[in-house]
Design a protein around this ligand. Structure first.
Ligand SMILES: *Cc1c(COP(=O)(O)O)cnc(C)c1O
Length: 454
């Protein structure tokens, strides 16, 4: 029995290989294999054309919060689609986008009250970077055009977002198209680029950051950071207090702090937003992935009255922010996002999450003694298990060996879908995941690591 009605799995596979160019995918390899085609979702599970079930270990690219096809979200979407599917924010306001901004303002860090909508994480970051620079122009400091970024940072795939990124394998090709940035060392303690060890370093990387700011004083518009954890860089978790010190330096050198909460926002770290762990209020914050619970593309760049008011003036002063996307503030996405916020309350999700986070930590501890597990990093309900060829020296597996991919392919045979970051195995399930599902996820990953590396 096929789940797809009249079109066979075989036909879908043929068309997929013939017509669909998959992201971040070597298509030559893709075309050689039989790919899984997902047709249904239920809670934390994805179901393919043959009825096979896969635990969604990466929350459908880090977006899913309350599970797939959650009844309340489906209903909110159906209700909205019968009222209004889309109307532009260019020249008109629309109901759902207004209510959502007002609700979000209640939960974002205090002072972040101005919402500029777009539709994905990359656009939210493009907006952030352009907004920061134009702010400096209006503040009479057009020479402040540079951005401080961190090694291993990821902020999206459009050119501005790539420019402020720091992952060589994604970014090198496009170097000639990018603007230059001031690259600060990442707080990647397992592989510290300053050669320090965490027990004795006193965060030398912060000193390096300050030196960078000092040397370029007066030329920097903003600093871009993924608060608490660099996601795509390999789930690189920052030492406690790092974010706060970055905020202090931004204040000292009068630099706008841009927090990219695209991955960390909406409960992932155990609080609504990662910045709230260190009582940090950024000047600009980008949110996307979890905002509409993994249902629809939606994003916002949030800022303070101070930044917002710098753009106010008569039309002829040309202080307008000339930026916008066609599907900005889409009512369907906003309606789902609003219902998602209600579910956070109704399910007491953040409180419930605390014991799951502790449970995840406990289960991860069981991986420590594995002979090829070099480093385990966890931030709330996000974790990375870095596999190494030599545990003693930390020597990595050659990237061409694709050990991470092999582990995930093995896990797939046992009903778990995950996607690695290089040699780091990623755990990033829907927040609604149950204790027994978490057990399954970690047991299968453990056994798959064992099978591939031992
Ligand atoms: C995924 C991600 C982005 C890019 O979001 P898209 O919706 O894929 O464009 C930006 N920043 C961070 C931290 C991300 O994890």
């Amino acid at each position: 029995m096929s789940e797809t009605g009249s079109i066979t799995t075989e036909q879908l596979r043929l068309w997929d290989k013939r017509h669909v160019w998959h992201p971040f995918t070597q298509m030559q390899e893709w075309e050689q294999d039989d790919q899984i085609i997902i047709v249904k979702g239920e809670g934390c599970w994805l179901i393919d054309t043959d009825g096979n079930r896969y635990l969604d270990g990466v929350a459908s690219m880090w977006t899913n919060v309350h599970g797939h096809c959650r009844r309340e979200l489906n209903e909110a979407l159906k209700e909205q689609v019968d009222r209004l599917e889309h109307s532009t924010l260019l020249g008109l306001a629309s109901e759902q986008s207004i209510i959502l901004a007002a609700r979000l303002a209640e939960i974002t860090p205090v002072g972040l009250d101005r919402f500029f909508y777009s539709d994905n994480g990359s656009t939210a970051m493009e907006v952030a970077v352009k907004m920061a620079y134009q702010y400096q122009v209006h503040a009479g400091r057009p020479e402040r055009s540079r951005f401080v970024t961190f090694r291993h940072a990821y902020h999206g795939d459009t050119l501005g977002a790539v420019s402020v990124g720091g992952i060589d394998i994604y970014h090198t090709t496009f170097k000639p198209l990018m603007f230059e940035t001031l690259l600060a060392p990442a707080p990647y303690c397992y592989r510290c680029e300053l050669g320090c060890s965490r027990d004795s370093c006193n965060m030398k990387c912060i000193d390096a950051l300050e030196e960078l700011m000092m040397r370029n004083a007066g030329l920097i518009a903003g600093l871009v950071i993924e608060p608490l954890v660099q996601g795509a860089g390999g789930m690189i978790v920052q030492p406690a207090g790092f974010l706060k010190r970055v905020r202090d330096l931004c204040d000292r050198y009068d630099i706008l702090m841009i927090a990219d909460e695209v991955a960390t926002g909406f409960g992932r770290t155990g609080k609504m937003f990662a910045c709230q762990h260190e009582n940090v209020v950024p000047d600009i914050m980008a949110i996307s992935k979890g905002i509409a619970a993994g249902y629809l593309p939606l994003a916002a760049t949030v800022t303070t009255d101070k930044v917002y008011s710098a753009f106010l003036g008569t039309y002829s002063e040309l202080k307008t922010f000339f930026h916008g996307h066609t599907f900005t503030g889409n009512p369907l996405a906003c309606a789902v996002a609003l219902k998602s916020l209600q579910l956070f309350q109704q399910d007491n999700l953040l409180a419930e999450l605390q014991h799951k986070i502790a449970g995840l930590k406990q289960r991860l501890d069981g991986f420590k003694s594995m002979p090829h597990v070099g480093n385990i990093r966890q931030c709330g309900m996000a974790a990375g298990i870095e596999l190494v060829e030599n545990k003693e020296t930390g020597a990595p597996y050659p990237w061409e060996d694709r050990v991470g991919i092999k582990v995930c392919l093995e896990a797939r045979k046992h009903g778990v879908f995950s996607r690695p970051l290089g040699n780091t195995i990623v755990i990033f399930p829907p927040l609604v995941i149950s204790t027994s599902e978490l057990d399954t996820l970690l047991r299968v990953l453990y056994e798959s690591i064992q099978t591939v590396t031992e």
